[in-house]
Design a protein around this ligand. Structure first.
Ligand code: TEU
Ligand code: CA
Length: 552
């Protein structure tokens, strides 16, 4: 079995609710994904990661699952899923499922049984206490403990109260999860993205963490004592028997944790999603975590990405991402989404990320340079996390509504969840009905139809980057090294394999900059200009937001 086929693969993330609506009810669905597979084949991606499509009451848009072996009504049926899988495979595209097993929905049968009484056989599938064991704050605001009058106890929910945490220390829970995973693998799916998998093992005694800005404490269940044991068990019993791609979403994981989770022996996972580069500026921490912490500056981002590249070298495999369904649009966060520089800076970000070592993940619409929605009225928001923090900060903390709206505009997950912009027709071609969340009003200018045939579009640039990942061994296996380390505006690095090197240069500013010294010396006798986002590139100066890659 070629178990490391994913080393030169590019993954595309679909958020099904917002991708394509095939029946006019305003909600994206499997029929819509089926229709748009040809678009993804044209882009050239290898793998689709689908955010959850299972049966769910949708408290958290499918991350609250009530039946792991059935499909959400709004998305279609299992037969629709099978058609998507079959067509994707025919096009050479693999399908990765979202595995959400830190918690279930409170409407899952395990939980409806569990809450019936303390002696119910399912009671111990979840984490119950007679009193809240700590002052943990849920990720979606408020206490992480909820009282259930039926059995007279409190249950732990790291996310919404409709997402009770499973008790992974119970071997029956692990058996159930593993057998469900085998069921999907036997169906022919090709991998798993594992939701908050770093949180499944809780520290004994569930200790309080540091205080948060809202009177609770941080949930300390990150990379707990048994997490590697449970993942090795999962690997032995399920993963190692199939040629899968696996990525664990690991909040709180540092590079040393990653080296265990994603070790090259393949005893746990293939790679993880780490959060450091999307956690905001470490030098300017806010009072309310992600809500009021500004994005990293380029030098901070450069230092962080470099740390991950160098410390995993020879020890583990990286994932590479700059956006997903939980993050604002990357061009708005790290680039410049003004009319003047949107296209160029979107290509610059793509260059900086795609030439690194690891497996790149492209979030739907990123390949078009889609921007934040900047929704200005709370009634436009749909995300439970955004709605809860708005209430928490305005009502309980007395923060002015305009201030909180400014946080949401910058960082709300709904920025990434507006419908995919397919064309310039009504609702961006996403739906014939009323979309469940508003379409970004910039769709007449930013859409797929306008970009697929245009060689200078963001889409065409991603297409080139993806093709290079398939054909260029230096891009896949080359060793990363930072050069021109102190330059305030230009992020420059090399990738080296044998006697070949790629030199990547990114002018992360709206002003012209000199090519810094180390890079200038390396590119003087370049063999090839591999890719760039500006015509008339020069080896002495870089235009605003210019990105260029040479082979030397
Ligand atoms: O996200 C977990 C996570 O740690 C964060 O990204 C979280 O969404 C939030 O931004 C914290 O402030 C995963 C899923 O990706 C997310 O969509 C789910 O809401 C969450 O788990 C619960 O399943
Ligand atoms: Ca629909």
């Amino acid at each position: 079995m070629n178990t490391k086929w994913w080393k030169n693969a590019v993954v595309y993330q679909i958020y099904p609710r917002s991708f394509m609506d095939s029946n006019g009810d305003g909600v994206g669905d499997l029929g819509g994904i089926y229709e748009k597979l040809d678009y993804l084949a044209e882009l050239g991606i290898d793998v689709i990661w689908m955010s959850p499509i299972y049966k769910s009451p949708n408290d958290d848009n499918g991350y609250d699952i009530s039946d792991y072996q059935d499909i959400m009504d709004e998305f279609g049926t299992m037969a629709d899923f099978d058609r998507v899988l079959e067509k994707a495979h025919r096009l050479g595209i693999r399908i990765m499922m979202d595995l959400v097993v830190n918690h279930t929905s409170d409407e899952h049968r395990w939980f409806t049984e569990s809450r019936k009484s303390k002696d119910n056989p399912y009671h111990d599938y979840y984490i119950w206490r007679d009193q809240p064991a700590n002052r943990w704050e849920s990720f979606f605001s408020g206490s992480a403990w909820e009282y259930d009058p039926r059995c007279g106890q409190y249950y732990l929910h790291s996310f919404s109260k409709k997402q009770p945490d499973l008790n992974w220390d119970n071997p029956k829970v692990r058996e159930e999860v593993f057998s469900m995973m085998r069921w999907w693998c036997d169906k022919g799916i090709d991998g798993f993205r594992m939701d908050v998998i770093s949180m499944i093992s809780k520290y004994p005694g569930l200790p309080d963490g540091p205080e948060t800005g809202t009177g609770y404490t941080f949930n300390t269940s990150m990379s707990g004592p048994n997490v590697h044991k449970y993942l090795r068990e999962m690997n032995e019993q399920v993963l190692s028997h199939y040629p899968l791609i696996t990525v664990g979403e690991c909040p709180g994981a540092g590079a040393d944790d990653a080296a265990r989770y994603a070790n090259l022996d393949g005893t746990e996972l293939d790679m993880i999603f780490q959060f450091e580069h999307v956690s905001g500026s470490p030098s300017r921490p806010g009072r309310f975590g992600k809500w009021d912490t500004p994005a990293m500056s380029m030098p901070e981002l450069r230092a962080n990405l470099t740390k991950w590249q160098t410390s995993l070298e020879g020890r583990a495999w990286n994932s590479l991402y700059q956006s997903n369904h939980d993050q604002p649009r990357c061009v708005s966060r790290f680039g410049d989404d003004s009319e003047e520089y949107r296209v160029r800076s979107a290509k610059l970000l793509a260059t900086a990320i795609h030439f690194q070592k690891g497996t790149p993940y492209v979030y739907q619409g990123e390949e078009l340079g889609m921007t934040n929605a900047y929704m200005g009225d709370i009634s436009q928001y749909r995300d439970i996390e955004s709605l809860n923090i708005y209430r928490e900060l305005t009502e309980k903390q007395g923060i002015p509504a305009e201030t909180v709206m400014a946080y949401l505009k910058a960082i709300s997950r709904d920025n990434a969840r507006t419908p995919m912009q397919w064309d310039g027709t009504a609702n961006a071609g996403f739906s014939a009905g009323q979309p469940w969340i508003g379409v970004n009003p910039n769709y007449p200018a930013i859409n797929a139809a306008a970009q697929t045939g245009d060689p200078d579009s963001v889409f065409s640039y991603y297409k080139k980057l993806i093709a290079l990942r398939h054909s260029d061994p230096v891009m896949v296996d080359g060793v990363y090294a930072l050069i021109d380390e102190g330059d305030p505006n230009v992020y420059a690095y090399t990738r080296a394999l044998g006697d070949e090197k790629l030199v990547v240069l990114c002018n992360w500013s709206a002003e012209e900059q000199k090519v810094p010294a180390e890079a200038a010396a390396l590119i003087a006798n370049a063999k090839e200009l591999v890719i760039g986002n500006c015509p008339d590139t020069s080896k002495e100066t870089l235009q605003p937001y210019e990105a260029v890659v040479y082979r030397v």
